[in-house]
Design a binder for this molecule. Structure first.
Ligand code: 5AD
Ligand code: SF4
Length: 420
């Protein structure tokens, strides 16, 4: 989501006459787009900001700004910790950036007003040249999970008009983009006039040139039959779903205010598996939420085994100011959170490895992305299930092609394949 937002910011600033540079040393303006989801994310930004402060002290005329959720979350503390900032702008203030950057006063220019309607629908983001593009379908969130700062920093849920999404997708297809990832904090809650998310998937699938469609992140409660049926019916919608569960304990899910029980979640998984037999799942898990005991934690491990996730993002609970759970405080110590995190990670590694090894000998169509990060002479791309496939580079194969591969060997994180 931040990559997509940065592309929107780049487009807004280019329209105002700015150009981009890869070299921070020659930039007139440096903007950091930030995340506030966990304390760790904030700590990294503060470290980065103090590095950039050195650049600024050598060249005081350079402007240094902070964008995004962290700007929204804790503006006062931020300006105390980084008084050399020239600009602080929240996620709904990017249209005003050219104006804010022109502000010549000594005080930092600050705009962190949330706007119930801002979707940047008319701003065409400056996409990179990859085969995959992230297209924002909705912004904000109305779910207010007890642990989560998103509704406070990104504001209320609002959907981008379907015609603007389609215009964007058409332009991307014309540029050779093959895969669209529809984005939103609860993307399947999408609704614009009469168009719900299932319908939106079909509309995007009708665009010629687009070969693959994915979306992230759906909320389990909004995984309605019309969305599942659209996924099953539209061959371009890929058989992969990131379905955040957070916990496998009904008591903890209720305290988190997630709006579903494990039974309902597992029912959705079953429905998806029966509609889309080869579907892969990933998830988000939080360990050490307020009052999570050994019994609750064991239930999370149990649910991970039951679903058999292909991969997972796993986090230690991080207390966030403004959220409902903030005033409850922490009941699980840092040491205990670390132990639980290590345990879920180890379990997921085992499950991922098991699932990937079961694919040895199977064939998949892979959308070629480019050279593999590791492995000389290898190319990389994704299978429909969003697994990284590595295969030998052959001169006639280029990014954007789809090749057929057979899996030779597997780790928990990638598949090494031969071309067939
Ligand atoms: N602490 C830890 N993890 C969190 N997430 C959201 N808020 C918190 C928090 N306070 C995780 C959730 C969410 C993912 C994007 O980040 O798992 O799905
Ligand atoms: Fe946060 Fe819950 Fe909204 Fe996801 S659904 S962004 S976890 S409040």
């Amino acid at each position: 989501m931040n990559i997509a937002d940065s592309q929107t910011v780049t487009a807004i600033l280019r329209r105002a006459g700015y150009a981009t540079t890869d070299n921070p040393g020659e930039a007139d303006v440096i903007l950091l787009n930030t995340c506030a989801i966990r304390e760790h994310a904030e700590a990294r930004v503060l470290g980065r900001l103090s590095d950039l402060a050195r650049l600024k002290s050598a060249h005081p005329e350079r402007k240094l700004g902070l964008l995004g959720c962290m700007a929204q979350h804790n503006r006062a503390a931020l300006m105390r910790k980084a008084p050399w900032l020239d600009l602080v702008a929240g996620p709904d203030s990017y249209r005003r950036l050219p104006e804010l950057l022109g502000n010549a006063s000594f005080d930092p220019a600050v705009d962190v007003r949330l706007d119930r309607t801002e979707t940047y629908a008319d701003v065409s983001p400056e996409y990179d040249n990859g085969v995959r593009a992230y297209v924002t379908a909705m912004r904000g969130c109305d779910k207010f999970c007890a642990f989560c700062v998103v509704p406070y920093v990104r504001g209320r849920e609002r959907s981008v008009p379907a015609c603007d999404i389609l215009r964007e997708v058409h332009q991307l297809a014309a540029r050779g983009v093959k895969e669209i990832v529809l984005l939103g904090q609860t993307v399947n809650a999408y609704r614009y006039e009469q168009i719900g998310f299932g319908k939106l998937l079909c509309m995007v699938a009708a665009v010629d040139g687009i070969e693959r469609i994915r979306f992230t992140s759906p909320h389990p409660s909004d995984m309605t039959p019309d969305v599942i049926e659209a996924m099953a019916r539209e061959p371009k919608v890929q058989p992969y779903l990131h379905l955040p569960v957070q916990s496998g304990s009904d008591r903890v899910l209720s305290a988190m205010g997630r709006g579903y029980t494990t039974e309902q979640y597992l029912h959705t998984v079953e429905y998806l598996r029966s509609a889309i037999p080869n579907i892969a799942f990933s998830t988000d898990i939080i360990v050490g939420f307020h009052s999570e005991d050994e019994h609750d934690f064991a239930a999370t491990l149990g649910l991970m085994r039951t679903v058999g996730y292909d991969s997972a993002f796993m986090f230690k609970y991080s207390l966030r100011e403004h959220t409902r759970a903030f005033k409850l405080g922490d009941t699980v110590s840092e040491v205990e959170k670390s132990r639980r995190l290590a345990e879920v990670i180890a379990l997921q590694e085992t499950i991922s490895l098991e699932r990937n090894r079961a694919l040895v000998g199977h064939e998949f169509p892979v959308l070629v992305e480019g050279p593999a990060r590791r492995g000389q002479g290898m190319l990389a791309g994704k299978t429909p299930q969003f697994k990284t496939a590595l295969f030998p580079a052959v001169p006639c194969i280029k990014p954007g092609d789809t090749v057929r591969v057979r899996v030779d060997s597997a780790t928990a994180h990638s598949l090494t394949c031969a071309l067939v």
